[in-house]
Design a protein around this ligand. Structure first.
Ligand code: SAT
Ligand code: MN
Length: 598
């Protein structure tokens, strides 16, 4: 097992608090995995899917209250509220620990306490970190095995004296002697807690078994805690996909991209280019850890080992590479279940077989308003199931990043693509990304922009204003020519009639190709008041059914709308008070002056 004294005494301490029936150290082996899956099938909390149709795949249903991350129950527990900043929920660490220790006490009675050693990032990589998660959820164990490098090897890397990020998790449902377990043990929403302690780099999670609430290596560690580590140590932990792009001449470049949720991050990470001779491969679809190498370039790793993707609308049409990644060795949560024990969801590309059950286990009626697969239903599958996984996805050094993209859903104002004039200007672009609300979002005026800076609003472990400053400072760590170029992209611009101007999906490769060529400093960009936009004809639209006047609209910079945009950004910036870096004010003022010039 381990001789790491700190780890052993820490596990003992939590055993005394949780009072589990027994303690099990996970080794990550296939045999252990099968044992846990068999146990879950045996107690009715998992269903083995049809071996012919979905080899080695399993199906799970959660409780109604446990279907997504709970942002209002997520806390950054730093000594001062100001350290958590205006975009986070805050609680004083000691107060929170007292509160949680009450509910943690005896919380694992009648259950097994699993100890999960895991590595975020390739094993032994100098950019990787070891975490240890304690949990009473077997569901979490088998998911952590896919999403991280989990088990004995991670423990070996830790060694006798290594440091780890301690992650504590309980679903909060102790079992009395002889009591029958429920299918999905958890607490009601208002009793859930997802807590990060940035100063001591601890994670405490209670009452949820699902996704980012419970797989603590993901958002809690690899983003909230890692963002703090990055600030302290001079690197970046980002909510970004990483892809590689190869041109017809065989030259390859890596791109990282941040988008708020529901903007097609997984689709872009695995996109199939429509333009001849270009190739995209995937390094990751959710998180990037980036630091400058000795060569001065920015190197990125994907700290995860799997995909935890939204299922509905995944098909051979929308995202063939994601669809092919989930044919086998995959765990499905909250999708539909067919009578022959396969899975089904809205947008899979064919009708639900008669007798399909919805995510609640009820008979699915395609004429009713109720969905079959829950909107946030997920697949969990290893990275190496992806047919276009990049050969360097597991490289400890990572991959060199040539460009960083920021995007959102913006029906107006923001052009299809534009390039920052400088690093600081790029930081400004990242700091104000967001999506425009539609009538579907309750309580918000239609057309209002919800800002989600760097797509990190729910994931930054400290004051977002200081995080902006950290990005500014990162730009001073290397020579200008080594900095990645920064771009804004917007696939979602609409015309006066509300129709999308750009076809999106595979056609986005045309924009990637433009970005690729810009990274080689090809003379295809021109200045505009807001940054560099493509020269006329610089985007390859051969074979595409987009009118030239629509191309003009995609790049139109409407001064009235931009004045509104700037006023809106000024409002948004005001929440950061003295934490807003001077550099961003200067960048915004420059755009403002340009827009106000006639
Ligand atoms: O549940 S997760 O946080 O892992 C996924 C998401 O909400 O982005
Ligand atoms: Mn995400």
């Amino acid at each position: 097992m381990t001789n790491n004294k700190e780890l052993l005494s820490w596990v003992k301490k939590w055993e005394d608090i949780f009072k589990p029936k027994n303690v099990y150290w996970c080794n990550g082996s296939e045999e252990e995995n099968q044992d846990i899956l068999n146990y879950m099938v045996g107690n009715g909390s998992a269903i083995k899917l049809n071996e012919e149709k979905r080899p080695n795949s399993y199906y799970f249903q959660t409780d109604d209250s446990d279907v997504a991350r709970v942002e209002n129950r997520t806390f950054i527990c730093s000594p001062l509220e100001e350290e958590a900043g205006p975009t986070n929920n805050w609680e004083e660490p000691q107060r929170m620990k007292e509160k949680m220790l009450k509910v943690f006490s005896g919380a694992m009675q009648g259950r097994t306490m699993y100890v999960i050693p895991f590595s975020m990032g390739p094993l032994k990589g100098d950019k990787s970190y070891i975490g240890i998660q304690i949990t009473d959820s077997p569901y979490v164990v088998i998911h952590m095995r896919i999403m991280t490098r989990m088990g004995k090897e991670a423990l070996d890397v830790l060694g006798d004296n290594g440091q780890f990020v301690p992650c504590i998790h309980s679903v909060g449902r102790p079992l009395k002697e002889g009591e029958k377990d429920v299918k999905w043990p958890c607490r009601p929403i208002e009793e859930k807690y997802i807590c990060q302690f940035p100063q001591t780099k601890e994670i405490w999670s209670y009452g949820s078994g699902y996704g980012g609430n419970a797989l603590l290596g993901k958002k809690c560690f690899a983003l909230r805690i890692a963002s703090v580590l990055g600030k302290e140590e001079g690197w970046l932990a980002e909510h970004m996909l990483i892809l590689s792009l190869t041109n017809p001449q065989g030259e390859k470049k890596y791109i990282a991209a941040a988008f708020p949720s529901a903007c097609g991050k997984t689709n872009l990470a695995m996109v199939i280019p429509t333009i001849q001779g270009w190739k995209v491969e995937t390094v990751g679809d959710d998180i990037a850890w980036m630091r400058f190498g000795k060569d001065g370039k920015l190197w990125a790793i994907n700290p995860e080992n799997g995909f935890f993707g939204v299922v509905p609308q995944t098909s051979m049409d929308t995202n063939p590479n994601a669809f092919l990644s989930i044919q086998k060795n995959t765990l499905f949560t909250n999708v539909g279940l067919t009578p022959d024990k396969d899975v089904w969801w809205e947008g899979i590309g064919y009708n639900a077989p008669k007798g399909t059950l919805n995510w609640k286990g009820e008979l699915y009626d395609e004429n009713s308003d109720e969905v079959c697969a829950q909107k946030n239903s997920r697949f969990t599958t290893p990275l190496n199931e992806c047919p276009v996984i990049d050969p360097l996805y597991n490289s400890p050094q990572g991959v060199p990043i040539s460009a960083i993209l920021f995007g959102g859903r913006r029906p107006t104002t923001i052009p299809l693509v534009y390039e920052a004039k400088s690093w600081n200007h790029g930081v400004m672009i990242g700091s104000v990304i967001g999506s425009e609300t539609t009538a579907a979002v309750i309580g918000l005026k239609q057309g209002e922009v919800r800002r989600d800076p760097f797509a990190m609003k729910p994931f930054c472990g400290y004051n977002m204003g200081d995080y902006f400053k950290h990005w500014i400072d990162m730009g001073k760590k290397t020579q200008k020519e080594n900095l990645p170029k920064i771009f804004s992209v917007n696939w979602f611009k609409k015309d006066e009639n509300g129709n999308f101007l750009w076809p999106g999906y595979g056609e986005n490769s045309r924009i990637l190709a433009y970005i690729f060529d810009r990274c080689n400093n090809k003379d295809i960009a021109q200045d505009s008041p807001i940054g560099k936009i493509p020269k006329k004809g610089a985007i390859n639209i051969e074979g595409l059914d987009v009118k030239s006047e629509d191309m003009d609209k995609l790049f139109e910079i409407n001064r009235t709308l931009w004045k509104e945009e700037i006023a809106n950004i000024e409002d948004f910036y005001s929440i950061f008070k003295e934490h807003l870096p001077e550099e961003l004010k200067i960048e915004l003022q420059e755009i403002k002056d340009n827009i106000n010039k006639n």
